[in-house]
Design a protein around this ligand. Structure first.
Ligand code: GUN
Ligand code: FE
Length: 455
């Protein structure tokens, strides 16, 4: 056994269930897999084996252990425009801001600066797994995979495939479908050749408007041949939804499905315009949606019906959609997911009578949001994380709720109820509270991992 952590755990095994495990001991083997979780009191009485080999970490009572967060949708080459460029609709934002920046990230020298800056900042915020859209370049995509492996972040890394002569600029696209399929195959091989368990390739057609039919069909066959997962954008806005209807006379989901792209663990980003029939098809295929609530407020022209999707059996995780989403951390996406669902539920225009204004029953709470950010996202991606339980990987964060000068505080006699404590933690936590971050049992938070942990 390589690691033993004694702590109180807060986590969400199901969308409607908060679990608190008071003062438990978590044992982690050399591979980073959790082998036991036992009440500490049991261990004191019965276990005299103090395990001299184990790196034992005893978290103070003011610190809570939670599963690491899973970002199901993030664009690595958009990192330098994080927090900016949110004033245009999607179709103009892509051409005027985003494609030019992504093109710059095909330069290995610039990528060598951006990738570690981004991965370090995400790990420091508790994002232990991310599903990345990288660039069109095989070279800088492989560099991103190497960076994740080196800094210890679990990741799916996708070379972006895009070849449509109208949906992409001629200076940032695959030469044609054949070249795009070959480049995606080469990217898969290069990422697989890195070895290790943390980083995997993912087939990444950008979205239907950027891809020819030949490319979409070829990538569907590539997925079938290799078993590699798929990610793409789906039904993100009125414009994208309408585009698929114009081109195919079907929904985005049905069109992607005909190309063999809606498969187990396919990650469909946004999905704000999905019809119930689309949701049912996605559930049937064991695919799912990366819900990006902050980005959706700027680009999607609608709020994703998260409650309805869950009720229809669709896998749902959370995504930052950096940089369409202007914040890097998933904690704030949890808050945004709750806020967006509340706005959807009440409606927005007070001139309409209250009983006709909103989508009653659409609201989700912080427990459901955190579940999407952890277990829900892990299930969507098909990685064994998102919950601290035997057999899953020890990807976890330690949150100190007593950092001076921050709003996160559990007031004695007031914040007593565990549900209240949990909600306060998720809503108010920042990187300054994250004492430790582990991926597969390895400390990965460069800023504080070397600090002695007070006991
Ligand atoms: N659709 C196609 N590309 C993108 C992108 O980079 N961001 C978002 N939000 N939507 C897209
Ligand atoms: Fe996106």
């Amino acid at each position: 056994m390589s690691l033993r952590v004694r702590a109180t755990i807060m986590q969400t095994p199901a969308p409607d269930r908060l679990e608190v495990l008071d003062d438990v001991v978590v044992d982690v083997d050399d591979a980073g897999t959790i082998t036991a979780i036992r009440p500490a009191i049991e261990l004191d009485d019965t276990d005299t084996d103090t395990d001299a080999d184990a790196d034992t970490v005893v978290l103070p009572a003011s610190t809570v252990l939670l599963p690491g967060l899973v970002d199901c949708h993030i664009h690595a080459p958009q990192w330098p425009q994080l927090g900016t460029g949110l004033d245009l609709p999607l179709e103009r934002w892509l051409f005027e801001y985003t494609f030019p920046l992504e093109h710059r990230l095909t330069d290995p020298a610039f990528a060598a600066e951006v990738w570690p800056h981004m991965v370090g900042a995400l790990l420091a915020r508790g994002t232990t797994t991310a599903s990345y859209f990288a660039t069109v370049s095989v070279e800088t995509t492989t560099m991103l995979a190497e960076t994740c492996a080196r800094l210890g972040q679990r990741a799916l890394v996708g070379r972006v495939a895009m070849d449509h002569p109208e949906g992409t600029p001629d200076w940032y696209r695959d030469a044609d479908a054949t070249a795009g399929i070959a480049a995606s195959r080469r990217s898969i091989d290069e990422i697989n050749a890195l070895g290790g368990d943390l980083v995997r390739p993912v087939i990444t057609p950008r979205f239907i408007p950027a891809c020819t039919d030949e490319l979409l069909a070829g990538l569907g066959r590539l997925a079938e041949d290799t078993g590699v997962r798929i990610q793409t954008h789906c039904s993100e806005s009125d414009w994208q939804h309408g585009y698929a209807v114009d081109r195919y006379g079907t929904s985005d989901t049905e069109a992607l499905d005909r190309f063999g792209l809606v498969r187990p663990h396919t990650i469909l980003a946004h999905g704000t315009h999905l019809a119930d029939s689309d949701l049912d098809l996605i559930a049937h295929r064991h695919a799912g949606v990366a819900h990006c609530p902050l980005s959706n407020a700027y680009f999607a022209s609608a709020v994703f019906p998260a409650r309805r999707a869950l009720d229809r059996g669709v896998a749902v995780g959370l995504g930052t959609d950096v940089a369409g989403g202007g914040r890097p951390d998933l904690w704030s996406q949890c808050v945004d997911a709750v806020t967006a669902s509340r706005i959807r539920s009440t409606g927005v225009d007070a001139r309409i009578p209250a009983d006709q204004r909103g989508d009653a029953g659409a609201a989700i709470d912080i427990v459901t949001a955190f579940w999407m950010a952890t277990k829900g996202g892990a299930d969507l991606l098909g990685v064994p994380v998102g919950l601290l339980e035997v057999g899953r990987s020890f990807d976890a964060v330690a949150v100190d709720v007593t950092v001076p000068g921050t709003p996160l505080r559990w007031w004695p006699g007031i914040d007593v109820d565990p549900a209240r404590r949990f909600e306060k933690l998720v809503r108010l936590v920042g990187p300054e509270h994250l004492r430790r971050v582990w991926v597969a049992g390895r400390p990965v938070n460069g800023i504080v991992a070397s600090d002695p942990v007070p006991s």
